[in-house]
Design a protein around this ligand. Sequence first.
Ligand code: PRP
Length: 184
Amino acid sequence: MKADVMGDALETVLVTADQIDQRLTEMAAEIDAAYVGKEPLLVGVLRGAAMVMSNLALKMESSLAMDWMAVSSYGSGTKSSGVVRILKDLDTDIAGRDVLIVEDVIDSGLTLSWLISNLESRKPASIRLATLVRKVGAANVDISVDFVGFDLPNEFLVGYGLDYAEHYRNLDCIGTLAPHVYGG
Ligand code: PRP
């Protein structure tokens, strides 16, 4: 979906489709260089990471495997409470594997913090982290991210996997949602 389809629901385009494509090409090369002689397991965190993971994998030269997890914050209301439950676990035994977690966005960092410690307990050879978007100033957990697409402001972002109530994930760029849409 192109930005013009959203009309006034989209306030500003922060990153164009071409810029995302170019950055994913660069990130794929960076990741390939980090896994020379290895076969990484890309772990996508559903649902937002679907676009990033697919397009990143298509651009990579490495022989790789892909698996998916779905997680949700525990309890009602607040997202990113830091207490996470697994809705869909990996199908792969990651013991001894080189794992690359792929995210669309890191916001508070709480989801990833939990996920990293959960995956570490399964004794992988390594865990690295790639995200298309890291929100600036939002992280209240110190997470070292190995591959970052874009550092963007802490605003309501949609597109390229990022949604508002399940809408706009298929927007081909990343932009800010107009406040009138979400009642902001
Ligand atoms: C998003 C994103 C991360 C998480 C990041 O998922 O994909 O998993 O939020 O937030 P945090 O850094 O504050 O923990 P979301 O819960 O929106 O689910 P979705 O991928 O299905 O949209």
